[in-house]
Design a protein around this ligand. Structure first.
Ligand SMILES: C[S@@+](CC[C@H](N)C(=O)[O-])C[C@H]1O[C@@H](n2cnc3c(N)ncnc32)[C@H](O)[C@@H]1O
Length: 200
């Protein structure tokens, strides 16, 4: 397991737990790949149904969590049927983020939560220099402000957003380093971002 995926997953679960209410029944992760986050979530919120969606059948192969091969732009869910929808490390690869957000809004219940995670623009620049994104290519770079504006234009209210740190090795050491550095200039090293919004 990559440190990056582990830390993304921790952050997403933190925000899912902040958003989850007693009647939260279904969490869908779009671009879920091996469904690492949903597996972890199942350990923490065992009563919640989880579905992993990915365009690649290969990435979904072997998942224990119920998984569906589908395009995020054409989700196989009824209108207003999903309580929480997450999408990590995918938005930067799509050309029409607005259309994706419209589809996410369609499937979310009114008041449902959308959680988006991606590297910050600086994180993407550094990732490109290190050759990290060659497999999928970067279609666009959105700052937290851009992402917040985008979701608000498409029928969401932004509830929270933050940048966060990925530390090699991750886990507890990463969390401690993050809390120590959060308010100083070293927070520029926080190269990942998460935004949580509610469907109007
Ligand atoms: C970089 S991986 C991120 C995997 C996981 N979310 C994580 O945080 O580790 C991006 C994933 O998005 C999937 N993906 C890309 N475009 C997609 C689309 N239009 N619909 C659904 N999945 C898509 C890819 O197949 C890939 O599994």
């Amino acid at each position: 397991m990559q440190d990056g995926a582990r830390r993304r997953s921790e952050k997403m679960i933190e925000h899912i737990r902040m958003a989850a209410v007693s009647n939260t029944r279904l969490v869908v992760d779009v671009g879920a790949a091996d469904a690492f986050m949903l597996n972890e979530l199942g350990l923490q919120l065992p009563g919640v149904h989880r579905i992993a969606v990915d365009i690649s059948r290969e990435y979904l192969r072997g998942n224990i969590v119920p998984s569906v091969q589908a395009d995020g732009f054409k989700l196989p869910f009824r209108d207003s049927s999903v309580d929480i929808l997450t999408c990590a490390a995918m938005l930067k690869h799509v050309h029409d983020a607005g259309a994706l957000i419209v589809e996410f809004r369609r499937v979310l219940v009114p008041g449902g939560t959308l959680i988006l995670v991606d590297p910050t623009p600086l994180g993407i620049r550094i990732g490109k220099l290190l050759g990290h994104f060659s497999a999928h290519g970067i279609a666009q770079t959105l700052s937290l402000n851009d992402t917040s504006r985008l979701v608000q234009q498409h029928g969401f209210m932004t509830d929270a957003y933050e940048r966060f740190l990925l530390v090699p090795g991750g886990g507890r050491a990463g969390r401690i380093a993050e809390s120590m550095l959060r308010h100083g200039p070293a927070s520029r090293l926080f190269l990942n971002q998460i935004l949580r919004a509610r469907r109007r």
